[in-house]
Design a protein around this ligand. Structure first.
Ligand code: BTN
Length: 260
């Protein structure tokens, strides 16, 4: 089954299923995988009523922001999910750089958040499609274009608040789709090495002290690098280097909440 239609503003890789209101585009995509949808099937929605973030958080999903989920079946199978996250975060950063049209301070927060001026403007959620015939997963992306939540522990922002002017959902979708395809093909052809270098070049907090929260535990150390699997290497001083594969990081010099 090949749901969705070729959309002429998007590269041929994509088959677009554009929806109005859904609970979560990731849920829609997971449903389509179960029905046999192929790689490149792209689900968008104008708004979500139950947008999901990482670690069971909710993702504020008001109209005007970009919500999409993309079905992927990369070589490397499900073990490639980590690399896809870094690929997508870089693509979001590329797209935001184009959309901002000036020297916005865009950086990456481990593992996959994209920041503008140190505040979170985008996040992504990768979910495994259980029971799919091939190894498939769903890449869910949210980019705050015109609004952002004000009650988050880590400060958030949106492109408009950062001075991007009028950025439509369709412009943002086109920029993301082009950037993602470039990065995705680059990774599939050249492997994780160049992707890792590109990610590190934009990483926030490298060489600085930060806190990592893993479930209920907190570790303070210096962010040295990410390794060849994408794990964060946290220098704990005399206690050695801890490799972190999942968790939340907090910088010690985080910006305040955005005033608007
Ligand atoms: C995070 O930073 O916590 C991840 C946020 C991911 C949000 C996107 S919006 C489109 C897709 N559908 C969802 O329910 N979640 C992802």
């Amino acid at each position: 089954m090949t749901p969705g239609a070729r959309h002429h503003d998007l590269p041929a890789f994509y088959r677009l299923v554009a929806l109005d209101q859904v609970a979560s585009t990731n849920d829609e995509a997971l449903g389509l995988v179960a029905e046999g949808a192929g790689e490149g099937t792209l689900i968008t929605a104008r708004r979500q009523t139950a947008g999901r973030g990482r670690r069971g958080r909710t993702w504020q999903s008001d109209e005007g922001n970009l919500f999409l989920s993309l079905i992927l079946k990369p070589k490397g199978g499900l073990g490639a999910a980590g690399a896809v996250g870094f690929t997508a975060a870089l693509a979001i950063a590329d797209a935001i750089a184009c959309l901002m049209g000036h020297d916005a301070e865009i950086s990456l927060k481990w593992p996959n958040d994209v920041l503008i001026g140190g505040r979170k403007a985008s996040g992504l959620l990768i979910e495994r499609a259980a029971g799919a015939v091939d190894d498939a997963f769903v890449l869910g992306v949210g980019i705050n274009l015109v609004s952002h939540p004000h009650d988050t522990r880590y400060p958030a922002t949106d492109l408009c608040a950062e001075g991007a002017g009028d950025v439509s959902v369709s412009m943002a979708l086109q920029e993301f789709c082009s950037a993602f395809l470039r990065r995705y093909h680059g990774w599939q052809e050249d492997g994780f090495g160049p992707l890792r270098e590109a990610w590190l070049a934009r990483a926030r907090g490298l060489g600085e002290k930060l806190s990592v929260e893993i479930e209920e535990r907190r570790f303070d150390g210096v962010f040295r690098t990410i390794d060849e699997t994408g794990a964060l290497c946290l220098d704990l001083g005399p206690n050695g280097v801890k490799k972190v594969t999942a968790g939340d990081i907090y910088f010690h010099d985080s910006p305040g909440k955005h005033p608007c």
